[in-house]
Write a protein that binds this ligand. Structure first.
Ligand code: GLN
Length: 487
């Protein structure tokens, strides 16, 4: 058998069921690899060794009882959790000094559902502070490196989770996607990343960034590995009033594939600045989908170029409200002379990073009395137009295919002190968040320096089944997802 950490999630699940391996062995293999290699990648902020081994022993005991119990595919499988999701018994920093030492007394629903299904939490992963960023360089705890090239960023903000999956530290990981933070790092690291529909997965226990945009997503090496994670997390949660009661549609990965599906290719996503190799790989992947039986049509999403300015009003506005609770009194450390309001200012001034403070200022400004209508109000109206573009498009196509990122992974420090150039990284991912629709990123090739290239499929709200079906059909016919980084 291959090294245990090289197994896919489904292979590991199969080996567990066949009694060829135990969850403790899988977990130990992951922990050993993290210990040996993560000093170079820095995917993890916390490795939850003891918790993981205890969970793995429980998983093995239940398997060993050999009842007629049908075990979920994720039973006994080690997975990682982005540090913006709460796990009882482990720290949750959200990549920020302002939450240093915070240990949440409860577990996020997305995580607790996986735990209830027998999965094993192996650790908490690095993230841009409060998930604000596209490179994981905004973490207060150091940068994560791309396993394909350690001088490059892994993308962000779920860069730790994505690098952990790509580096074979675990079989899957949870991330969050407010504007692209699962899909963009998945593209940069050559793995599959799902942004779920807004409302499909509970946000309970997710440290909020932009509440109308935040979604919990997942990362795995293949679409087939991603599916059981998604199925386990999805569904209504009384603790999140925005989670939808709509049940998951019935679907089978090996169903009809893409035969007869109409796939739209939006012309606004092929713009100057799109790296030639990225465009070529995405177009080739679209041609593959056509060969597999899909019908390809050019479509238009006319308000695409407004997504970036709209997102960078709405997300900071919501962030400024959500981050008001970090005041040095209710959570984490306190700084200052010991009185109010000085402590509030000193704590926030010293413990929030530059990008977070920039967003709080932008958001507070956009929401302030004289400017609300001109900025936030206007942005909400344009958001409705962007949503309308998708609704119109999905009247004539079943899915939309397009690039995830304008370029392959950029160098650490490449965007330096130019936040605007960093924001431009998000042009292709933000629209799905503004519209609330699901999208799946998966590898479709490499650039000449062997950095991975991703493509995303987008589907109507709550139609994740279509994403899985089409992306799995692509992976069944290609092998990009089987390539491993040289670590
Ligand atoms: N890069 C985007 C931002 O900085 C998206 C982040 C995210 O999805 N969490 O806001």
């Amino acid at each position: 058998m291959a090294a245990l950490t090289d197994l896919s999630l489904l292979e590991a699940a199969g080996a567990l069921r066949a009694g060829e391996v135990s969850s403790v062995e899988l977990t130990t293999a992951c922990l050993d690899r993290i210990r040996a290699v993560d000093s170079r990648v820095h995917a993890f902020l916390t490795v939850t060794d003891e918790l993981a081994l205890a969970q793995a022993r429980t998983a093995d005991e239940r398997l060993g009882r050999r009842t007629d119990e049908l075990f979920p595919l994720v039973h006994g499988i080690p997975f990682a959790v982005k540090d913006v999701l709460c796990v009882e018994g482990a720290p949750a920093t959200a990549g920020s000094k302002i939450l240093e030492g915070f240990r949440p007394p409860y577990t996020a629903t997305s995580v607790s559902r996986l735990l209830a299904a027998g999965a094993v939490v192996i650790g908490k992963t690095n993230t841009d502070e409060f998930a604000m960023g596209s490179s994981t360089e905004n973490s207060a705890y150091g940068v994560t490196h791309n396993p394909w090239n350690l001088d490059r960023v892994p993308g962000g903000s779920s860069g730790g989770s994505t690098a952990a999956v790509a580096a074979r530290f675990c079989y899957a990981a949870l991330g969050t996607d407010t504007g692209g933070s699962v899909r963009q790092p998945a593209a940069f690291c050559g793995v599959a990343g799902l942004k779920t529909s807004y409302g499909r997965v509970s946000r309970y226990g997710l440290i909020a960034f932009g509440s109308s945009l935040d979604t919990v997503g997942a990362i795995a090496r293949s679409v087939a590995d991603l599916e059981p994670i998604f199925r386990t997390m999805a569904g209504h949660d009384p603790l999140d009033s925005t989670s939808m009661p709509t049940p998951l549609p019935e679907f089978h990965l090996n169903g009809d594939g893409v035969r007869g599906l109409r796939i739209g290719v939006p012309k606004e996503y092929f713009i100057p600045g799109l790296q030639a190799e990225v465009e070529a790989a995405v177009r080739e992947a679209i041609a593959t989908l056509e060969r597999l039986g899909a019908e390809i049509r050019e479509i238009s999403l006319p308000h695409t170029d407004l997504a970036l300015p709209v997102y960078y009003i709405i997300a900071p506005a919501e962030a400024s409200a959500n981050l008001a609770r970090f005041d040095g009194i209710r959570y984490g450390p306190r700084r200052g002379p010991g009185n109010y309001p000085e402590d509030y200012f000193v704590t926030r001034g010293e413990l929030f990073g530059a990008e977070v403070k920039r967003r709080i200022m932008l958001g507070t400004y956009a929401l302030s009395a004289g400017y609300y209508d001109a900025y936030y109000g206007q942005a909400q109206k344009v958001r409705t137009l962007i949503k309308g573009d998708f609704e119109a498009a999905f009247e004539s196509v079943d899915l939309i295919a397009c690039p995830v990122t304008p370029t392959t992974a950029f160098g650490i420090g490449a965007h330096g002190d130019d936040p605007l150039s960093m924001y431009l990284e998000d042009v292709f991912t933000l629209p799905a968040n503004l519209a609330g629709i699901p999208a799946l990123s998966f590898p479709v090739g490499f650039d000449p320096t062997r950095l991975p290239i991703g493509m995303q499929l987008m589907a109507p709200h709550l139609a994740e089944d279509r994403l899985f079906q089409a992306a799995h059909a692509y992976q069944a016919a290609t092998s990009w997802h089987r390539e491993a980084p040289p670590l």
